[in-house]
Design a protein around this ligand. Structure first.
Ligand code: GSH
Length: 219
């Protein structure tokens, strides 16, 4: 299988955790932001990564969107399951993390990289990328404030992780994999790293379990 991705995207990290959890062999192709639109649009009708190409006869040519990639992988390799218990609750948590919290993380992360975290990569290329992302997603002081409030609420919901390794029941689910990927960029922000140490303990554990490289800040 081939995963089309941006190397730094947390949604692509989510797809890699899924492939690692299922122990499926795959290769990655890193796309160039901007140029990616011309590669992806004809393939999926969308412009977002991750996109999975199963490269198998009789299988779909391309699957776009991390949630659909999870659904495909679940039927391709049912065990271990992404939904061991309370599948409806797990899917709801995944959807909320995808649609609300992954976006909030992006806003807070790029705001940090443009300000206090500038020195992480002072190169011109990084500066241009941060400016491009901030412009395309409408990252402004007001939207960052809203995103910070969303993350505060997310920490309350995810604080289940403080006392137990799984968000739902007694097994790792899509909810754990999604939270571990989509909140991982916060590891570089001291305010989050210091206030929520349990979050980064779980993110680290899940990466190790899935054989995925630890995100920046946890290496
Ligand atoms: N809901 C999508 C979100 C993916 C997403 O937002 N991907 C971003 C990178 S983190 C992207 O491809 N942005 C480029 C674009 O929108 O053209 C998923 O779960 O796959």
């Amino acid at each position: 299988m081939l995963l089309l991705q941006f190397s730094t995207s947390h949604y692509c990290r989510k797809a890699r955790l899924a492939l690692g959890f299922k122990q499926i062999d795959y290769r990655v192709e890193n796309l160039t932001p901007g140029k990616h639109i011309f590669q992806l649009k004809p393939l999926t009708g969308l412009t977002t990564v991750p996109v999975l190409l199963p490269e198998k006869p009789g299988e779909p040519a391309a699957i776009a969107d991390s949630t659909r990639i999870f659904a495909y992988l679940e039927q391709y390799a049912p065990q271990p399951s992404f939904y061991p218990e309370k599948p409806t609750q797990a899917r709801l948590l995944e959807d909320w993390l995808d649609e609300s919290i992954g976006t909030a993380t992006r806003f807070v992360y790029y705001d940090f990289r443009a300000g206090a975290g500038k020195s992480i990569d002072p190169s011109l290329a990084s500066k241009l990328l941060i400016n491009l992302v901030s412009f395309s997603y409408g990252i402004t002081p007001a939207t960052v404030q809203l995103a910070k409030a969303r993350l505060k609420m997310a920490m309350e919901v995810l604080s289940v992780w403080e006392n137990q390794p799984y968000l739902i029941g007694d097994g790792l689910s899509v909810a754990d994999l999604t939270a571990a990927a989509l909140l991982s960029p916060l590891a570089l922000i001291p305010e989050y790293y210091q206030t929520y140490p349990w979050l980064f303990t779980r993110i680290r554990e899940i990466h190790l379990l899935c054989g995925e490289t630890l995100p920046p800040g946890l290496q």
